[in-house]
Ligand binder design. Structure first.
Ligand code: FE
Length: 207
């Protein structure tokens, strides 16, 4: 269940470690020490229960509580832990605030470092060679492909996550949400908006 890091700074990609993990997993299953159900349940927990719902709660709290937002931007790890979210792959989380004139997006150019406690497991595209390379070389084109056309006047900052620091984006609160409470706001926040490849859409007007 590791990302392939053996500790310390970015190691070289480790196909060996991945293969070894797979082999150990197969052996444990064969010997009846581990069930595929148990593995699936843990993966599901990271995909569905742990994130990105946790991140959405963090964002909604920051949108509705100015003091919390200040703590979050000052020390992401501690402010996120206040809400009970911490653990594997979340040693140091730095939160980056998007604003009308500044857009932040996150990548891990060398592997797939990602803030698990708030976002769960990274999506497949985040781990792809194409995203990892192009997010740095032509970030605006990548955003365009995600459906986000940034105005030329907006400063775009690309952050490279690593095994020591993992980034999470605090997206802009959309228009038309003044009456919404934190729970309703959290439901609007998407995983992609917290990676910085999308904005949070305004709620569609109810009939
Ligand atoms: Fe990485």
């Amino acid at each position: 269940m590791s990302e392939g890091h053996s500790g310390g700074h970015h190691p070289e990609p480790q196909p060996y470690a991945a293969l070894r993990t797979k082999a150990i997993e197969s052996l444990l299953i064969e010997k009846g020490l581990l069930s595929t159900d148990a593995i699936d349940a843990r993966v599901r927990a990271y995909e569905q229960d742990i994130g990105p719902l946790n991140g959405a709660k963090v964002v909604a709290r920051a949108w509705t509580d100015a003091a919390y937002k200040e703590r979050l931007l000052d020390d992401g790890t501690s402010a996120i832990a206040e809400l009970g979210f911490f653990g594997a792959q979340g040693a140091e989380i730095v939160v980056l605030e998007n604003a009308p004139a500044v857009h932040n997006m996150v990548v891990c150019t060398l592997c797939s470092c990602y803030p698990w406690p708030v976002l769960g497991l990274p999506p497949r595209w985040y781990k792809s060679d194409a995203y990892r390379a192009r997010a740095v070389i032509e970030p605006r084109a990548v955003l365009q492909e995600f459906g986000l056309a940034l105005d030329e006047s907006v400063e775009l900052r690309v952050w490279d996550s690593n095994s020591d620091i993992r980034y999470m984006v605090l997206p802009e609160r959309p228009e038309g949400t003044d009456d919404m409470d934190a729970d309703a706001l959290a439901a609007l926040v998407t995983r992609d908006s917290m990676i910085g490849v999308a904005k949070v859409a305004a709620p569609s007007p109810t009939a």
